[in-house]
Design a protein around this ligand. Structure first.
Ligand SMILES: NC(=O)c1ccc[n+]([C@@H]2O[C@H](COP(=O)([O-])OP(=O)(O)OC[C@H]3O[C@@H](n4cnc5c(N)ncnc54)[C@H](O)[C@@H]3O)[C@@H](O)[C@H]2O)c1
Length: 343
């Protein structure tokens, strides 16, 4: 069996915690090279995960490393240039969220991958949580009736608690922004995944409430108007402790909540009512959540897409649609107006 040969660019936290362990879960791929500008970071992960080849220049790894595909695990401002270089050298690309910093960059990534006939997938982790998969099925089954409103919140205590070696998160030129770019994209993309609905416009307020030393927002609250008129709200934060991911969906016939927090084992709660007698009826909807994602994990799914020559359900266009909302949310916080989502 042909194994897909993977090269990792960026030997930081997400490579260590997600990409490298995830590729180990399939026999259809092997990580044969890793690159970091800081050589000892690449060496450390190469040792931990048994990777034979180490590079400090990603272009050299792509040209000479004998790889079929890359995982791009570097700071956000590098995602576009690395994707373009990899695609022009016929390598498939799995790029970390946020996909890139502007619509111009994302369009370039999509076009170059298309021209070179390589797969472009955006690593939106939340879409591979089995509870989110089951919750999406529930919402889209119609059991809650017509969807009226959606609320989402994703927050944690900030990147400094994720990686104390990564000051780039707080450098706007490298990250593209604060909590909105970093974690807002997770919850907004999850809302789009669960509802399957596109967003027309957004209005936001952003603030720096706690981390005064940062010149970036640590909290944002946004109102979203979906194209079909559904109403939504999303909130995101670098000051939420303990960690939280919650989506609530309100339909004509019931409501449902999914939450992800290791201190709260009950992931999904859902109820339906008889619309003719909504005050006096309520019936719990029971849902079974498998232990694993139906795609195993994002990296295994990426490998399977390559082998089947199949478009990922979170491809460049889908990634850009979510990022376009985030960019409009950031603009709205400055203009004080509802901003149209433009692609
Ligand atoms: N999906 C998720 O849940 C999730 C979680 C955290 C981070 N991320 C994303 O993953 C990406 C990386 O984040 P992280 O937390 O691993 O950051 P990190 O700082 O821990 O790792 C980034 C690594 O990239 C290396 N690097 C920088 N420039 C490079 C270059 N030119 N060539 C090669 N290597 C280079 C750095 O030295 C560093 O080791 C970001 O885009 C971030 O938004 C995603």
């Amino acid at each position: 069996m042909k194994k897909i040969k993977i090269g990792i660019i960026g030997a930081g936290k997400i490579a260590e915690r997600l990409h490298l362990p995830s590729y180990k879960e399939t026999k259809k791929a092997e990580v044969i090279a890793i690159c970091d500008v800081i050589r000892n970071k690449a060496e450390r992960l190469a040792k931990m995960f048994n990777i034979p080849n180490i590079y400090t220049d990603y272009k050299q790894m792509i040209k000479e490393g004998g790889i079929d595909a890359v995982s791009i695990c570097t700071p956000n401002y590098l995602h576009c240039e690395m994707t373009v270089f990899a695609a022009n050298n016929k390598k498939h690309v799995l790029v970390e969220k946020p996909m890139a910093l502007s619509i111009k960059e994302m369009k370039k990534m999509i076009n170059v991958c298309k021209k070179n006939n390589v797969i472009l997938m955006v690593e939106q982790t939340q879409r591979f949580d089995p509870a989110h998969e089951v919750f999406r099925d529930l919402v889209q089954s119609g059991v809650l009736g017509k969807i009226i409103a959606v609320r989402g919140k994703l927050g944690h205590s900030g990147p400094e608690f994720w990686s104390d070696e990564s000051p780039w998160f707080f450098d706007k030129k490298k990250s593209g922004g604060g909590a909105t770019m970093d974690v807002g994209i997770h919850i907004l993309d999850l809302i789009r995944f669960i509802t399957g609905k596109d967003i027309d416009s957004v209005s936001s307020i952003m603030s720096n409430l706690v981390k005064k030393k940062l010149k970036l927002e640590d909290n944002v609250a946004s109102v979203i108007k979906f194209k079909d008129g559904t109403m939504g709200i999303f909130e995101t934060s670098w000051t939420t402790s303990p960690y939280e991911v919650t989506v609530q969906v309100y339909g004509e016939k019931g409501k449902a909540i999914v939450s992800q927090a290791n201190y709260d084992p009950q992931r999904i709660r859902a109820w339906k009512v008889d619309p003719k007698n909504p005050y006096n009826t309520v019936e719990e909807i029971k849902v079974k959540i498998p232990k694993k994602s139906r795609h195993i994990n994002p990296c295994v799914y990426f490998v399977n897409c390559i082998l089947k020559n199949q478009k990922p359900f979170i491809d460049g266009v889908e990634g850009m649609k979510s990022m376009a909302v985030i960019l409009a949310a950031i603009k709205s916080a400055k203009t004080g107006k509802f901003e149209k989502v433009r692609i």
